[in-house]
Ligand binder design. Structure first.
Ligand SMILES: Nc1ncnc2c1ncn2[C@@H]1O[C@H](COP(=O)(O)OP(=O)(O)OP(=O)(O)O)[C@@H](O)[C@H]1O
Length: 357
């Protein structure tokens, strides 16, 4: 595919149309936003100075939708997700922005309040289910600890019932056997399903899934994705899914946010964005994954590597690696402009007032 900033040249692929079928309509009404991040900026103080991991990020997750956050390694996906959970690792620090969850700015809440929201209203699963589980305790004991925190109203018998029903909900035919097992007696996919069960223990409104299938083999990856999709459909669970894998995001998400250099480069309905990417970075990412409609087509790669970004960097973050860059790209930061119905992209090529080469 060639890059077409007009967005008119490409048609939606058959696969993307299939993906669209049966998905929720994302009306975009402002009050259906469950999570609304704006101006989020996160710095890391390192020996080589301050590096900006996340710069002025704005995104929202609507009730009942799956939002895919995609980008190469180091683009700021995990730090954005961890910011929502109040878990940015030291020496990282949120230096600006708002994270509004269900109308409350999390950045103004005391730590104890955020800890209460974590697990109860916002569930989290990571890319390493084995590391998330304690190898020394049976699943039953670990689920009990989670339920004590997330559902303090339940007594011991109630917690055991709830654990059993969560395991059944996650597709375990024999929940008693699984509950009695240690993590090492279970497969990676089973461990991830248990982590999802634990993340659902407090009946959260939002699930944050950070690379949930990276550590799993391909068949199990599909199983976990199908499970997340079903939880979204049946429970109306909103999901913020983080992945470097555009094919995965295309398969599951309703809307997409493409991050590069800690900044949102393009965002919109997943089918619209991927059918006709407006930002050269989205186009390049798309060319580096297999096209389900043309599986034998040659894959491209993006030359170079993302560089650490100082806080006062000018210009477009992607310019040093962009085949379409021209002079202003190196000196002026493009704005995230509305380019068509619900699609925004941050690129000087889309600025009608900018003299292109
Ligand atoms: N502990 C740390 N110390 C210093 N800088 C960090 C640290 N953690 C993250 N960063 C910075 O934040 C940037 C974004 O990291 P982040 O983990 O969010 O990337 P990512 O897109 O999730 O990539 P990956 O998929 O590899 O985790 C990194 O490029 C790095 O510059």
């Amino acid at each position: 595919m060639t890059y077409d900033p007009s967005g008119r040249g490409a048609t939606r692929s058959a696969a993307e149309n299939q993906i669209k079928a049966g998905q929720l309509s994302t009306s975009g009404a402002p009050d259906d936003r469950l999570l609304d991040i704006s101006g989020l900026t996160v710095d890391f103080r390192t020996r080589r100075g301050i590096s900006r991991a996340v710069n002025d990020v704005a995104l929202s997750v609507r009730r009942g939708e799956i939002l895919g956050l995609v980008g190469e390694s180091g683009s700021g996906k995990s730090i954005t997700a961890l910011s929502v959970l109040g878990l940015v690792p030291a020496p990282g620090r949120i230096v600006a922005g708002q994270i509004v969850f269900d109308r409350r700015n999390l950045l103004q809440l005391p730590e104890a309040e955020i800890a209460k929201l974590r697990g109860r209203r916002i569930g989290y699963i990571s890319q390493s289910p084995r590391a998330a589980l304690n190898p020394s305790f049976r699943i039953r004991e670990q689920m009990d600890v989670t339920l004590r925190a997330c559902a303090p109203e339940l007594d011991a018998a109630g917690r055991a019932d709830k654990a059993r029903s969560l395991l059944e909900q996650l597709g375990f035919a024999d929940p008693e056997r699984v509950a009695a097992a240690f993590p090492h007696q279970l497969s990676g996919g089973m461990c991830q399903r248990i982590c999802i069960a634990m993340a659902l223990a407090g009946s959260p409104d939002l699930l944050i899934a950070d690379e949930p299938t990276t550590a799993l083999d391909v068949a199990v990856q599909a199983q976990i994705l199908a499970l997340l999709h079903e939880l979204n459909r049946k429970l109306g669970l909103a999901i913020l899914i983080v992945s470097h894998d555009l094919a995965l995001i295309r398969a599951i998400a309703h809307r997409i946010v493409v991050l590069y250099g800690g900044e949102v480069q393009e965002t919109g309905d997943v089918g619209t964005v991927l059918a006709a990417p407006r930002h050269p970075y989205t186009g390049a990412l798309l060319q580096s994954v297999p096209d389900p409609d043309h599986p034998s087509a040659r894959l491209a790669f993006i030359p170079g590597f993302p560089e650490p970004v100082p806080p006062d960097a000018d210009g477009c973050r992607f310019a040093p690696r962009c085949g379409f860059a021209f002079a202003p790209c190196l000196s002026q930061r493009p704005i995230l402009r509305l380019v068509e119905d619900g699609v925004r992209a941050r690129c000087h090529l889309l600025d009608p007032g900018m003299a292109t080469p």
